[in-house]
Design a binder for this molecule. Structure first.
Ligand code: BTN
Length: 279
């Protein structure tokens, strides 16, 4: 790990390089401590393993050597991307946990829309897509010492921002893209990270006060999985189904070939005939 810099509060200077000061210059609250690294193994692992990282902290890195995705996959984490882990200030109880990933997916979409002007879709559970290709992945992890309420909630977000097409390689380019490739413009990483933080703050306030109707409506409106033929994959289990709807805690209700209707809350739903699964 190299060059950690810490920032709290508001920086005054504009046009700063990608840094904690640059991010803070776009935030007008002091609710977060930012920890910025040039290089780290994984921002999520760092948050999990470091006792002094607590609620309200945000860890950001320019690159990750061991970026982690969902279901034990790795996450490509080269220069130009955004790799951040956000710990909400709000206390999240066990009953809210199911909805964390859903509201965060919507928060990232709203941040991208606000900052870049493109309107992303969501592939259940939490792939953020633009033009049918993955632009962002979210890995939410909880650290428990007791039974119900987690000690830490870590929302890990990886956004393909300024990476060029050739950094993905041929295979990945089929299913992933970056905001730069979509818009043809260099993305202001300081502004985008700050906007993501602001949108996550709003999402957790809504979740904490159990007012997530707006987030459910946004999620359902953006979810490209609904109405599609999918493969439901959970460990060794893989079965064809039709995706019917998203329930009130962001579970995916599906109908299997034998007519059974179930709501899936973990695992993966790959859309048949579209892309593949990328992390
Ligand atoms: C996925 O698409 O499977 C989730 C990818 C999550 C990647 C982010 S990058 C920042 C944080 N640190 C990690 O090691 N992973 C998450």
């Amino acid at each position: 790990m190299k060059n950690a810099s810490v920032g709290v509060g508001m920086a005054q200077i504009s046009d700063l390089p990608y840094s904690s000061g640059g991010i803070l210059s776009h935030l007008n609250n002091k609710n977060h401590r930012l920890f910025f690294f040039d290089e780290i193994s994984s921002t999520n692992s760092y948050c999990k393993d470091t006792e002094s990282i607590v609620s309200g902290d945000v860890v950001i890195a320019k690159t990750q050597s061991q970026g982690r995705g969902r279901i034990g996959r790795s996450f490509l984490s080269g220069e130009g991307g955004i790799f951040m882990s956000y710990l909400p200030n709000e206390k999240i109880t066990g009953d809210m946990l199911l909805s964390v990933t859903g509201v965060c997916g919507v928060a990232v979409c709203l941040a991208i829309e606000e900052c870049i002007g493109v309107s992303p879709d969501i592939k259940w559970m939490n792939d953020v897509l633009v033009d049918g290709k993955k632009i962002c992945g979210i890995l939410t992890e909880a650290v428990f010492s007791g039974e119900e309420t987690p000690d830490k909630i870590i929302v890990g977000i990886g956004i393909n921002a300024n990476q060029r097409r050739n950094s993905f390689g041929d295979e990945l380019s089929e299913i992933a893209t970056s905001l730069y490739e979509v818009t043809g413009k260099e993305i202001d990483l300081n502004l985008l990270v700050a906007t993501v933080i602001r949108q996550l703050d709003k999402a957790f306030t809504a979740l904490n006060s159990k007012k997530i109707e707006k987030y459910l409506a946004e999620y359902r409106g953006r979810c490209v999985t609904i109405g599609k033929r999918i493969n439901v994959i959970m460990g060794e289990f893989c079965q064809e189904a039709s995706a019917l709807s998203v329930d009130d805690t962001f579970g995916l209700t599906v109908k299997f070939e034998d007519g059974t209707v179930e709501t899936v809350r973990s695992g993966e739903a790959t859309i048949r005939g579209i892309g593949g699964s990328y992390n």
